[in-house]
Design a protein around this ligand. Structure first.
Ligand SMILES: [Zn+2]
Length: 230
């Protein structure tokens, strides 16, 4: 998908999570308390696993995006983080927007980055588009960000939403994504092949537009507009 589609999908996803935050995504759900009881048992057997679940629980219980958006600066930062997360997977593509944004596509540095990916990562849509990479990065960011910066947890969630939806959106395109890599090399799509589309096609735009309209509907924007009409 094109970078603007990815950013739009990321924003819509974050807006929908903030709007419909299900009960199991809020701290009031007893995930934290349940884990606190279970933790000593796991820690005695597998301390590494306990640390990993710590990260998962932190991410889970901090996913309240809604209270964050009360302050304008948090809003702005949230938008930046979602945008960054939704562009990051394409860092493996030399001419992608994120590489041009960071200047990692030009000059000696750009050449080095490109060589690095060619040698250690492989072609476009491999390592950075694996479901396991998304999970690992989400847990790492969810665990470490709040350690260094206490209000960081919801931003970790925003990053995870952006990154995860990038992979999901790429799975709507004809090329598919090896989402179970490196274990399974096959490229998967989210919908039957008949419904997939080439990157940059009018059907990509139509799909993103439908998502935008749905998000606006979910936030009741059509209702406001109807209210203004005479
Ligand atoms: Zn991609």
């Amino acid at each position: 998908m094109l970078f603007r589609s990815h950013v739009t999908v990321g924003f819509c996803g974050a807006a929908l999570v903030a709007r419909f935050q299900p009960a199991w995504l809020t701290p009031s759900w007893p995930v934290e308390a349940g884990w606190a009881q279970l933790r000593p048992l796991i820690e005695s057997g597998a301390p590494g696993l306990a640390g990993l679940v710590d990260g998962a629980v932190r991410l889970w219980s901090a996913s309240g995006l809604a209270p964050l958006v009360e302050t304008p600066i948090a809003y702005l930062l949230l938008v930046v983080v979602v945008g960054f997360g939704s562009l990051l997977p394409d860092i493996d593509h030399q001419s992608s927007r994120i590489n041009r944004l960071f200047g990692t596509s030009r000059g000696l540095f750009g050449w080095l980055v490109h060589r690095f990916f060619r040698i250690f990562v492989g072609s476009h849509r491999t390592l950075t588009h694996y479901g396991a990479t998304w999970l690992g990065l989400s847990l790492a960011v969810g665990y470490f960000l709040p350690l260094f910066w206490s209000p960081g947890a919801p931003y970790a969630v925003a990053f995870s939403i952006g990154y995860g939806l990038h992979i999901a959106a790429d799975m709507l395109t004809e090329r598919g994504v090896p989402v179970f890599g490196p274990f399974i090399k096959r490229r998967y799509t989210l919908v039957p092949d008949l419904l997939t589309f080439p990157t940059g096609s009018w059907r990509e735009y139509a799909t993103v537009l439908a998502l935008v309209l749905f998000t606006l509907w979910a936030w009741g924007v059509w209702g406001w507009i109807a209210g203004w009409l005479p």
